[in-house]
Design a protein around this ligand. Structure first.
Ligand code: ADP
Ligand code: MG
Length: 189
């Protein structure tokens, strides 16, 4: 039951008028969860505070309500756990746990770089989920900069090739919702 969401957010709570760069019909279509039946991926890209994690959790909560197993994991935690599993010869077992859920959500790709070992393990994960299950990714870095995240252009290209083959990318350009209420203070900072 515990999907690992850091907090509970619903799609219905999302204020689309605040973020006009998001095509509401795309999110409504994702909310039908057909992408999970089709083992398609979703990538939310954009700067901090624009609602990437909110939308990812919102879709995850809808999936849980439909009885679909969901696992949410922060990318830096994933990196740590992959490396730990690799070192203790448990990588296969850990990967199985990550491959099982119909929906896996990997939040905040790009804040921390993947070293060669983590990139290798991550590649195993993505290859095994490819066309088997849906993964939602959120990232503050556009695809052109994923080479930096994985510190290896070849791995990054191979990852993106698999991730993007069946994928809906939502590019969010806008202001941070976190700054919304601070706007009136702008003159003072
Ligand atoms: P990101 O993951 O892009 O950094 P979050 O999804 O964590 O941003 O959003 C930051 C906070 O603002 C969260 O509490 C989220 O629920 C809220 N939020 C962001 N965008 C909206 C929005 N358009 N409508 C309602 N709440 C929003
Ligand atoms: Mg976030």
């Amino acid at each position: 039951k515990s999907a690992g969401f850091p907090l509970l957010k619903r799609i219905e709570e999302f204020d689309f008028t605040f973020q006009p760069s998001i095509d509401q019909t795309v999110i409504r279509d994702l909310a039908t969860l057909r992408f999970i039946d089709n083992a398609e991926n979703v990538v939310f890209l954009g700067p901090p505070g624009v609602g990437k994690t909110h939308l990812a959790i919102g879709l995850g909560v809808s999936a849980i309500e439909q009885g679909i197993p969901v696992l949410f994991i922060n990318a830096s935690v994933l990196i740590e756990q992959l490396k730990e599993a690799y070192h203790s010869d448990q990588l296969d077992r850990y990967l199985k746990k990550l491959i099982r859920p119909g929906l896996l959500i990997i939040d905040e790709i790009g804040y921390l770089p993947f070293d060669a070992q983590a990139a290798y393990c991550f590649f195993q994960l993505i290859s095994r989920r490819y066309e088997q299950g849906s993964t939602i990714f959120t990232s503050n870095k556009s695809f052109g900069n994923w080479g930096e995240i994985f510190q290896d252009q070849v791995i990054a290209a191979a990852l993106l090739d698999r991730i993007l083959h069946h994928c809906r990318t939502v590019n969010i350009r806008g202001e941070s919702y976190r700054m919304k209420d601070r706007k009136s203070h702008k003159l003072w900072v």
